[in-house]
Design a protein around this ligand. Structure first.
Ligand code: PA5
Length: 481
């Protein structure tokens, strides 16, 4: 049996983090925290898994690793379009794009889009449009060939202005280059709700290939639905491997016993430290491939846990602020702050035990320069590993609590374990904070203001507010440059 990813959290223990020494630092008495919270965790884990098939509970993401019908549907489609497209453009935002992008960045060649077609096994290059930026859109359309481009429009609600505007531009662009409507339909795939929203009827009417964002799966928990799996499979990533990884770790994450459940351990430590004033959660993979996993995690953590109301309806204004850092790059931008700044952060490192392919630092360069010869002949991964260990050790010495998740290597099997574990961790953290991690009422207001400013009917009453003409006693400062 292949191993599972591991969690090491000893640097959150108060023996490692000596609160007497620093005064302001604090760590956890782990044995006591675990003992005190075992029953609570058991009931949270049992409750979470009990909801996985319950309509209206938004927990069906827990079932995606077992969805063989989805795997077959995607693989069948991928076979039918094999070799037809040089470029795939994903149109989506937030939970409808970050997961797919994270899978692709992690699992295929780091410079995939620069590879010739034969080195990509005939799979398309990939592009994500997740902004409403004219320069980006024009720039991308400039380099695409209409007859060889596939657009995948992803929106659960089917009404998100950013995604739908990108889709409308893409469709019009195809129409100016491809005469026949039926032929255009082959260049568009829609991933949306099975029944609801604006995109579903439009896609069905136009005869696009469609996939579902399943009921009760929210955007940021949808990476293992067609939302993430279709773009991944089109670039040759194995859904089988992804689903096997989820299934393997899921057996552990369902366990109510805290000592065996790494998602529950990570969530509990993080929230206990949050409640001691560590309001920031730094997520720092030591891996170029995993850089976009940090972006995905930032959204998952922020949108799930940042809430005004608790489950009783009281104002609580909770949430730990996620921060992306990439090792080793951000050692030279953020680590000064982390070692010497406020004691308000918990660090989660992601360590990769073996690189996909190592490279040695040459052993015959600058041999007369002793201060460089120590690098001679060493694998580059040894330097990465030394830098990771050193940063972690310096943070620990400086009384900064940190955890480490170790992946044996970056492949579909272990990456799926990591993402799924982080989803379960986030759901458990939400329960510990007594909030609903599956809604996002805080994004609604700005969305409605945008509709008002763009002239969508039914939103006229919000125009004044959206323009910043707010109540008289509110000070609004505009700075013009
Ligand atoms: O996690 C979420 O629910 C959000 O980030 C959504 O994914 C995002 O707002 C896009 O929504 P939709 O898929 O409806 O276009």
């Amino acid at each position: 049996m292949r191993p599972l990813i591991e969690l090491n959290y000893e640097n959150t223990h108060s023996n490692q983090l000596d609160s007497n020494k620093m005064g302001q630092a604090n760590g956890l008495l782990l044995e006591k925290v675990f003992e005190d919270n075992q029953d609570r965790i058991a009931s949270i884990v049992n409750d979470l898994y009990a909801k996985k098939n319950t309509p209206g509970q938004w927990c069906r993401w827990l079932t995606l690793g077992e969805n063989t019908a989805l795997k077959t549907q995607i693989n069948d489609y991928v076979k039918t379009v094999a070799g037809q497209f040089d470029d795939m453009v994903v149109l989506g935002i937030g939970g409808s794009s970050l997961g797919g992008y994270a899978l692709l960045r992690a699992l295929i060649h780091p410079y995939w889009n620069q590879l010739p077609a034969d080195k990509r096994n005939g799979c398309p290059r990939y592009h994500f449009i997740e902004n409403v930026d004219a320069d980006q859109m024009n720039g991308l359309l400039d380099i695409l060939t209409p007859s060889r481009t596939l657009f995948i429009v992803i929106s659960k609600s089917g009404s998100t202005a950013e995604t739908m505007s990108a889709f409308m531009i893409a469709k019009a662009w195809l129409e100016t280059h491809i005469a026949e409507e039926k032929a255009i339909a082959k260049h568009i795939v829609a991933i949306t709700d099975a029944k609801q929203g604006l995109l579903r009827p439009l896609a069905d009417q136009a005869g696009y290939q469609t996939f579902e964002v399943p009921d009760d799966v929210g955007g940021r928990f949808s990476v293992f639905s067609a939302v993430g799996l279709l773009p991944a499979a089109l670039c040759g990533i194995s859904i089988d491997e992804i689903q096997s990884g989820i299934q393997a770790i899921d057996q552990q994450l369902q366990l109510p016993d805290l000592s065996q459940n790494i998602a529950a351990q990570a969530a509990l430590i993080q929230i206990q430290l949050y409640q001691q004033g560590k309001f920031m959660a730094v997520f720092m993979p030591y891996s170029f491939r995993l850089a976009s996993v940090a972006d995905w995690m930032v959204q998952l953590w922020a949108e799930s846990l940042g809430k005004q109301k608790n489950l009783n309806g009281d104002d609580v204004f909770v949430g730990s602020t996620p921060i992306k850092a990439v090792g080793v790059t951000d050692q030279h931008s953020q680590v000064q702050l982390y070692n010497e700044g406020p004691f308000d952060k918990v660090f989660t490192f992601i360590e990769v035990a073996s690189p996909t392919k190592d490279i040695a630092i040459s052993d015959n360069q600058f041999t007369d320069t002793p201060d460089l010869t120590y690098l001679n002949g060493k694998p580059l991964s040894a330097l990465m590993n030394a830098e990771f260990q050193s940063t972690r050790a310096s943070l620990t010495r400086n009384q900064r609590p940190n955890m480490t998740i170790t992946l044996p290597e970056v492949n579909a099997y272990y990456l799926a374990q990591l993402l799924y574990m982080l989803e379960v961790k986030t759901a458990i953290a939400g329960a510990l904070l007594n909030i609903d991690p599956f809604n996002q009422p805080g994004v609604e207001l700005a969305k409605q203001y945008t509709y008002a400013l763009m002239g969508r009917s039914g939103y006229e009453h919000l125009i004044a507010e959206a323009q910043g003409r707010v109540a008289e006693d509110t000070q609004v400062m505009h700075v013009a440059i």
